[in-house]
Design a binder for this molecule. Sequence first.
Ligand SMILES: NC(=O)c1ccc[n+]([C@@H]2O[C@H](COP(=O)([O-])OP(=O)(O)OC[C@H]3O[C@@H](n4cnc5c(N)ncnc54)[C@H](OP(=O)(O)O)[C@@H]3O)[C@@H](O)[C@H]2O)c1
Length: 271
Amino acid sequence: MNDSFSLDGKVIVVTGGTGVLGKSFISCIAEVGGTVGILGRNRKMAEESATRINRCGGKAIALCADVTKRNELNNARKLMLDTYGKIDGLVNAAGGIFHEGIIEDNGDILNLNINGLKKVMDLNLWGTVLPTQVFGEAIIRNGEGVIVNISSLAAKRVISGIMGYGLAKSAVEYFTKGIAVELSRKHGDAIRINAIVPGFFTADQSTKLLSGTKKAIEKHNNEILKRTPFKRLGGCDELNGTLIWLLSRASKFVTGTTVIVDGGFNINSGI
Ligand SMILES: NC(=O)c1ccc[n+]([C@@H]2O[C@H](COP(=O)([O-])OP(=O)(O)OC[C@H]3O[C@@H](n4cnc5c(N)ncnc54)[C@H](OP(=O)(O)O)[C@@H]3O)[C@@H](O)[C@H]2O)c1
């Protein structure tokens, strides 16, 4: 049974591998035997993480690329294939919220910044679709593989102020379902794609952006905790079990699904 969770011999690219959650993802993939391509624009951070993993006996390489630029992703794919000969998996964890894409308190919803919304969607939606196309091509050539997208609770519940992010993550979830069906039609159960839906984690980005003052941050966090049955935020390593399950043979009959990891926030009516 335990072997079915192993990623021994599997070569996996993690976009957003230089981020807070991504850093935890790459470490746990390496711990269960996977070889990791750490993809981000921050070369120094990617190289430091790769060195750390290689020193501990794992296998990792830094891939410097912007997820919205096809030519940079093509170069990253080439480096990965030249170095390891194949790609078995992709984790689409690059994402985030920008100031231009949020609606401030008392902001005018009908006059929100369309360019800001587009910028957030460029990263979170097209920055998931494009790497899926580029690395998916190598995964299909490999004959089998797995893709895991990172969505957000903002796709399930309205979180005030972050319209662009919610639009993008909702589309990521539709993309996950749509492409799962299309891939299965062509490749049967050989290529799977799923999404993880994180709730509120200690690295929560909306907290950083939406709340200016200490008092406002406290209010925002208290509202989250009030609605979370576990009465705490998620720790950065608390998506890892779900990620390894979805990347490994342990989930070999699972595709097109979204797995919510949120301490019960989504199912709680508050009553
Ligand atoms: N933290 C949470 O509470 C939470 C909750 C729900 C969902 N999520 C989702 O989980 C994922 C990871 O979040 P996080 O908290 O780890 O965020 P983070 O620490 O801010 O990291 C964001 C990552 O995205 C990468 N990135 C941003 N723009 C990029 C671009 N144009 N090209 C390539 N890489 C880019 C960054 O790398 P570089 O700076 O090196 O480019 C970084 O690795 C995101 O999709 C986020 O939406 C997070």
